[in-house]
Design a protein around this ligand. Structure first.
Ligand code: ATP
Ligand code: MG
Length: 272
């Protein structure tokens, strides 16, 4: 038995082997004690390797000797286990959209962190709470999925109003740029903006910003493929859609990896 554990800013991801079977599991990072209790009970004697920003804090709660490894190393090692064979061969960009976003170039055995942005899944949740009062991730995403980005977002063609724009008129000119003076979140009638529409635009903004950063970074490093991972894509079809279409639109080739958010945990497990 053994377990690799990636304790991130929002979620703890665990990849473990018990009785010869590999399994995956998640806990909330604001309830680290639950993860620690589960590990002590379920894997009392197994070697553990931890990574992620909250790894040391979780290790202290587990209260036995554990290994530790750097987060970026773990993520870049673990992703190799999850990639479809067709992608394994050549260099690609890896974007881990977690609470925040971290971007890496992976080329064979080499990997390099090339940047990141504070825009990520945490931004979606935080802005959603402020704008709508919805607190739960599932509720936020469900509402956003019903929304229309056309209400708040300004496209290039809106500014050019029928004239031939110098760039694709469907590009977003300004996220939230259509919101008029005095606008509030409300029913969507009488100039108010519905929470659904506002949330759709929040997710669109994060998705486009992440995709834009990635496409530029990919171009700078001479790669086209962008592999997106992170729990931010879980159950969040609007984010996936925004990132996918904007990456393509800008000339990149997006891929979403099933269970990709467990890359760090799998990388840590590999270390044992
Ligand atoms: P980081 O790597 O930045 O330290 P993390 O590893 O905790 O953070 P992930 O688990 O990859 O990050 O993704 C966290 C994001 O996933 C949240 O910000 C939220 O948008 C989304 N998410 C998906 N499922 C949930 C959930 N059940 N509860 C809260 N957030 C969720
Ligand atoms: Mg993470």
């Amino acid at each position: 038995d053994a377990a690799g554990i990636d304790a991130g800013g929002t979620l703890v991801k665990i990849a473990y082997v018990k009785d010869g079977v590999r399994r995956l599991r998640k806990f909330r990072s604001d309830r680290l004690a639950e993860a620690a209790d589960w590990l002590r009970k379920e894997l009392p004697d197994a070697p553990l390797c931890l990574t992620g920003g909250k790894g040391a804090k979780l290790a202290a709660l587990i209260g036995r000797e554990t290994d530790m490894m750097p987060e970026f190393e773990a993520t870049c090692a673990g992703i190799r286990l999850l990639l479809p064979p067709a992608l394994g061969g050549s260099a690609f960009l890896l974007a881990n959209v977690g609470t925040g976003t971290s971007v890496h170039v992976i080329d064979g055995e080499r990997n390099l962190r090339i940047g990141g942005t504070g825009l990520g899944g945490g931004t979606i949740v935080g802005l959603a709470r402020l704008l709508t009062g919805l607190d739960k991730y599932e509720a936020i995403v469900a509402a956003a999925a019903k929304g229309d980005r056309g209400t708040a977002d300004l496209k290039v063609r809106h500014i050019y109003e029928g004239l031939e724009p110098p760039i694709d008129g469907d590009l977003t000119a300004s996220n939230f740029g259509r919101v008029l003076p005095g606008a509030v979140i409300g029913s969507g009638e009488d100039g108010s903006i519905s929470r659904e529409d506002a949330l759709a635009s929040v997710i669109g903004m994060v998705g486009e910003a992440v995709a834009t950063l990635c496409v530029h970074a990919a171009a700078a490093h001479g790669v086209k493929t962008v592999v997106y991972i992170g729990s931010s894509f879980n159950g969040n079809a609007p984010l996936r859609q925004a990132v996918e279409s904007y990456t393509r639109f800008r000339g990149g080739e997006p891929h979403f990896v099933e269970n990709g958010e467990f890359s760090g945990a799998l990388g840590a497990l590999l270390r044992l």
